[in-house]
Design a protein around this ligand. Structure first.
Ligand SMILES: Nc1ncnc2c1ncn2[C@@H]1O[C@H](COP(=O)(O)OP(=O)(O)O)[C@@H](O)[C@H]1O
Ligand SMILES: [Mg+2]
Length: 496
């Protein structure tokens, strides 16, 4: 093995020492006054040279062995230090001796253990922090002073449609293509102050985000910035719904009230004496008062249903009986309007589990709509049939494929009731919103026909409260079919 630099130095020192001693002894002998001894030495110089060389070789070997004893642990420690610098703490000093070098080795082992523990602790803390940030509902994005991503959590990736991998270190705008957010970050980085803004983003889903930007402070100056994103889309939508609702209610109340006020003023200003006109005026006032009452009743009903305050009185109910009595209410009106009112019921229809009065309320609302929006000569038909829950969910336009996986999922049997008319129909663009409160295709027409615009919203809630589903299909100028399902009553139950 080639000796190291330290070993070479130690061996050289030994050799120099031995050579020095030999030279000193030689000079002493040569300059000695004992000429007889010098003479004798001169005669045996070859023996002397051989012994001298042997002594030098022995000194070299001894020096090498001694030097190795010193340098071996130092080399080992150097290797260990290099490996530690690379994050490998597994290499330990083997059985350190009791001298100073051994103490250094033990200190190094202890340092390695401490560093390893500390790093594991830090790694654990980092993983914990990342897990907490990733499980947050709010999005979090941190950038450095040059707007390069330091960290982005899972929610931020979802909200901003940003890539969840390899975002770290990339420029902000490359990962999150939003100039307004970048401006907010730049402002925070420049001013070192907190800022907030509500932003509309399209990723491609439209969202409203409330963005809070704060500076990440280094020792003295701003070293980066952090964005916290709150998704307030649903909140803003609900605020809009509430505002619209208040505006709608006010409008719906003001319209009949304005009429009532106008007619009453006319009557008070002398119209009362005009017998011929007074009665029709009073009839209009009566009609609007009725409408106001209906509106308030519907509003209260809907509010109770929405708040879950309405309690249903469940009982096994005969559909045939409920349909017949609901239709009886409209028989005369249908005759007057020239509309054919029909019922098609199979014989073996089981009893349904429902609140009888609420079921009548659903049917009355649907029959009322059918008659209102069907011209004279048309037909309104009520049908009922036994279906499976799977069958009900398949839209009529789609072929009912025999998909074994889906069929096994359809276990419960339901009764589907449909109110079908041959009326004006509902435009396809209005269909998705037709069950919203106050949503009407033709507001003025609905009002003229005495509607409140709350009927279908109430029906939707009532069907939901029964655990059923509502589906509306319509073709403009051809007709509308409203279907809903109800659970069937236990097999041996009797109608109450
Ligand atoms: N059978 C139907 N045919 C055509 N349009 C309908 C039918 N049922 C409901 N609509 C439309 O849906 C709107 C909302 O219905 P609804 O909530 O019952 O309110 P209203 O009957 O008081 O107008 C109606 O104004 C009408 O535009
Ligand atoms: Mg209605």
């Amino acid at each position: 093995m080639i000796p190291g630099k330290l070993e070479q130095k130690l061996i050289a020192t030994y050799l120099l020492l031995v050579a020095g001693i030999a030279v000193a002894v030689g000079l002493t002998v040569l300059t000695s006054p004992d000429t007889a001894l010098v003479e004798r030495l001169k005669e045996s110089w070859l023996t002397l040279v051989i012994w001298g060389l042997l002594a030098l070789a022995a000194a070299a070997v001894l020096g090498f062995l001694f030097a190795r004893q010193v340098t071996q642990p130092i080399l080992e420690m150097t290797t260990a230090a290099y490996r530690m610098a690379e994050g490998d703490f597994s290499c330990k000093m083997s059985a350190p001796s009791s001298d100073e070098i051994g103490q250094l080795g033990r200190a190094l082992n202890l340092m390695a253990k401490r560093l390893e523990d500390r790093l594991a602790e830090l790694e654990g803390e980092r993983a914990k922090g990342a897990a907490i940030l990733d499980s947050m509902v709010e999005g979090v994005v941190a950038v450095d002073g040059a707007n390069r991503i330091l960290f982005i959590n899972a929610s931020a990736c979802r909200l901003l449609n940003a890539p969840s991998v390899a975002a770290d270190g990339r420029p902000f705008l490359e990962v999150i293509r939003n100039k307004e957010m970048l401006d907010l970050l730049n402002h925070t980085l420049k001013e070192g102050a907190f800022a907030q803004q509500e932003l509309q983003i399209f990723t491609p889903v439209q969202r409203v985000l409330q963005v809070h930007a704060s500076a990440l402070k280094g020792r003295e100056r701003t070293s980066g910035a952090m964005l916290v994103l709150h998704d307030v889309t649903e909140l803003r939508r609900l605020e809009m719904v509430r505002t619209e609702f208040v505006a709608n209610v006010s409008h719906e109340l003001r319209t009949p009230l304005t009429s009532i006020k106008g007619y009453l003023e006319t009557l008070l200003e002398g119209g009362l004496e005009d017998r011929e006109h007074a009665r029709p005026f009073l009839e209009v006032i009566h009609k609007h008062t009725e409408r106001l009452g209906r509106l308030l009743d519907d509003l209260l009903d809907l509010s109770n249903l929405e708040l879950g305050k309405a309690t249903l009185h469940w009982c096994p109910t005969s559909l045939a009986e409920v349909i017949e009595s609901s239709m009886a209410i409209y028989g005369l009106q249908a005759n007057k309007l020239g509309i054919d009112l029909r019922v098609v019921l199979p014989n073996n229809l089981p009893l349904v589990l429902a609140d009888r009065d609420r079921l009548v309320q659903i049917l009355i609302n649907l029959l009322d709509n059918g008659l209102k929006f069907t011209p004279s000569g048309g037909t309104v038909t009520v049908t009922a049939r036994l279906v499976s829950s799977f069958e009900f969910r398949v839209p009529s336009s789609e072929p009912k494929t025999r998909n074994s996986k889906l069929e096994t999922a359809s276990v419960s049997e339901l009764v589907e009731i449909a109110v079908e008319d041959t009326g004006v129909g509902i435009p396809s663009q209005d269909l998705p919103r037709i069950t919203e409160r106050f949503y009407r295709v033709d507001r003025a027409r609905s009002r003229d026909l005495g509607g409140t615009g709350l009927g279908l919203a109430i029906v939707k809630h009532l069907v939901k409260a029964h655990g059923g589903e509502l589906a509306i299909e319509s073709q403009l100028n051809q007709g509308t079919t409203v279907r809903f399902t109800l659970p069937i009553a236990p097999p041996d139950s009797e109608a109450t």
